[in-house]
Design a protein around this ligand. Structure first.
Ligand code: UFG
Length: 345
């Protein structure tokens, strides 16, 4: 099997590749990774390359290029003629997307358009797309969210992802592309191997920020405590990144069997955790108090996002196996220590 993986040096992409290489399908496969390293890390590629060699992957290629380089992407896609594309690449911060909508449009929508146009004239008929819970309408108060619930993103990041979902649905209808869209809820934790984890610069996500060191002069900031939730802070559904990775491995088997069509799956746990609950759990996990201040809401944050992942369970036979809060926090904390050592080198 020939795989083209965009954003394979990033947080979720690298965890997927680690799982895929270790899976039965990984052996003998040929893998091309494209990542501009604006959010990904060459250190992950180095580790994956070694793992690929050990596990009998037939070919492993990496190009540090941007998906905005249309000529390059078109040529690469034509030359590789992949069986399946995993499209992880993209900008991922809700807050930043509100401040820089054009940057987000270019990196999330224009890139997908370039990739799809390049694919249309190849044999590739399988595409797996990383979408988000941010596509749902935040004012819709029925939770957990099911895939058919009303859409209406409250920030440019969610809007971008929805635009790409729509483009993919057209491609599925018009030229028979087989598409799996995964709407991730809050990706969290790190590989138990200790080799990969969350590494964003700057870091904006709750768990890695909670695990940093705070004191009375530099406190953790809780963004808003006046939401209509059980303790006033936002509720999210934290799903371990290894569980996200395993869903992608299942998508390969699913697409092979069904060949065409367009399916969307939520990937979450059905469990909502507030910011303060996570703060308390993190404090217990690391054995120290986390001093905090409540500050203003962060623009674009919906109050509650919790997944119903029933469809993924039924159709893909997928279920979260690593998303227990303590495991998420312990693996994230272990990774943070590895990351600190990498950054010191
Ligand atoms: N938060 C704080 N303080 C911080 C950082 C975060 O209170 O310093 C809060 C946020 O306001 C939010 C929650 O912690 O309520 C989680 O925030 P994250 O930034 O970790 O994650 P988001 O929910 O904003 O976004 C993440 C992904 C998106 C995805 C979304 C779907 O980054 O890609 O989950 O739920 F769309």
């Amino acid at each position: 099997m020939k795989l083209l993986v965009t954003g394979g040096a990033g947080y979720i992409g690298s965890h997927f590749l680690e799982s895929f290489i270790d899976s039965e399908s990984g052996h003998d496969s040929k893998i091309w990774v494209i990542d501009d390293l604006s959010g990904g890390h060459s250190e992950f590629i180095d580790v994956l390359r070694i793992q690929a060699k050990k596990r009998g992957v037939a070919e492993f290629h990496f190009d540090k290029r941007s998906l905005l380089e249309e000529e390059f992407v078109t040529r690469l896609v034509k030359d590789v003629n992949p069986d399946v594309v995993f499209h992880f690449a993209g900008k991922i911060s809700v807050g930043e997307s509100v401040k820089k909508p054009d940057l987000y449009f270019n990196n999330n929508v224009k890139t997908a358009k370039i990739l799809l146009s390049a694919l249309e004239h190849t044999q590739c008929r399988q595409f797996v797309f990383s979408s988000t819970a941010a596509v749902y309408q935040p004012s819709f108060d029925q939770q957990p969210l099911r895939e058919e619930f009303p859409l209406g993103p409250s920030n440019p990041y969610g809007e971008n992802k929805l635009q790409v979902e729509n483009m993919l649905e057209h491609a599925a209808k018009q030229w028979g592309l087989g598409v799996v869209v995964f709407r991730y809820f809050n990706a969290a934790g790190a590989s138990p191997s200790g080799r990969f984890g969350e590494w964003h610069e700057p870091e904006t996500h709750l768990i890695p920020l909670l695990l940093a060191k705070y004191d009375e002069t530099d406190k953790f900031k809780v963004f808003g405590s006046d939401y209509s939730t059980r303790d006033g802070t936002c509720v999210r559904d934290y799903i371990h990144v290894s569980d996200l990775a395993s869903a992608h491995v299942k998508a390969v088997q699913y697409l092979k069997a069904c060949k065409s069509g367009f399916e969307i799956f939520n990937l979450g746990t059905n469990r909502g955790v507030t910011v303060l609950e996570m703060l308390n759990a993190a404090s217990v996990a690391v054995g120290r108090k986390i001093p905090f201040d409540v500050v203003a809401r962060r623009e674009g944050d919906p109050a509650v996002l919790v997944a119903s992942a029933e469809k993924a369970q039924k159709i893909l036979g997928w279920e979260p196996k690593h998303s227990e809060l303590n495991h998420i926090l312990m693996t994230a904390d272990r990774w943070m220590k590895t990351l600190a050592a990498i950054q010191k080198r």
